[in-house]
Ligand binder design. Structure first.
Ligand code: FE2
Length: 228
């Protein structure tokens, strides 16, 4: 049994820790002129048309966007992610594993926060209730106290990984990676010294699992939360 509670047979059936999807370039002039740092979170029902509309409205409230094209891009992203998740699920879970989701959008202005990479991998969030734990779902929600120790350790890790090969990912390219496992990919925000950034992620789970995430995070299921 691994430290994650998986047996060796379970681990053998897990999806690969990292999948990089085909790059479909985003339409030009999709999003421009981000106004401020702003984030969107929704823990709730996976209703793709409704989520795409809410996400488009949110991004449009904080940037100049082509609404029609953006909504279409988000619909395609969510369908692609859902199909991928279901295709990796055990048959008994395929119908329920994407009942609910955590959709997160993080919009940031150019900043030098990530000139030095923040290499990390993400921990588990909820105990998976799948019949076979084939699809790792966990959560990067770690309340990081930005102490002296945090900055020192971040620098030490950055120095250790400097010069290592990185996966080549284009702007707008969709990737999927596991969280909370020994081989979960190490990742960081990109250097955005001169770039506005709109980052979107989706985590799927059964309704009870997402409700549990809400309980842990003191969120309300099916209610959008904006920050700051
Ligand atoms: Fe992360």
């Amino acid at each position: 049994m691994s430290q994650d509670g998986y047996t060796s047979d379970d681990v053998a059936s897990l999806p690969v820790p990292l999948a990089v999807f085909n790059h479909e370039p985003l339409p030009p002039n999709l999003i421009a002129n981000v106004k401020k740092d702003h984030s969107f979170h929704l823990y709730g029902t996976l209703d793709i048309p409704q989520l795409a509309k809410s996400a488009t409205d949110f991004i449009g409230s904080n940037a100049k966007v082509n609404h029609e094209l953006l909504e279409d891009v988000i619909v395609r992203f969510l369908h692609q992610a859902q199909d991928d998740c279901k295709s990796n699920a055990a048959p008994a879970d395929a119908a329920t594993i994407t009942q609910s989701c955590w959709l997160r959008i993080r919009m940031t202005l150019p900043c030098d926060d990530w000139v030095e990479p923040r290499w990390h991998n993400d921990g588990r969030m909820f105990d998976c209730s799948c019949s076979e734990p084939r699809v790792p779902h966990s959560n990067p929600y770690v309340r990081q106290v930005r102490s002296e120790k945090y900055w020192r350790e971040r620098s030490e890790v950055a120095a250790r990984f400097a010069g290592c090969d990185e996966v080549n990912v284009e702007r707008g390219q969709v990737i999927r990676f596991s969280w909370g496992q020994d081989d979960s990919p190490i990742h960081s925000e990109p250097d955005c010294t001169s770039d506005e950034r709109v980052f979107m992620s989706v985590l799927f789970g059964k309704k009870d699992e997402l409700r549990d995430m809400c309980r842990i995070r003191e969120m309300v299921y099916d209610q959008v939360w904006l920050y700051p």
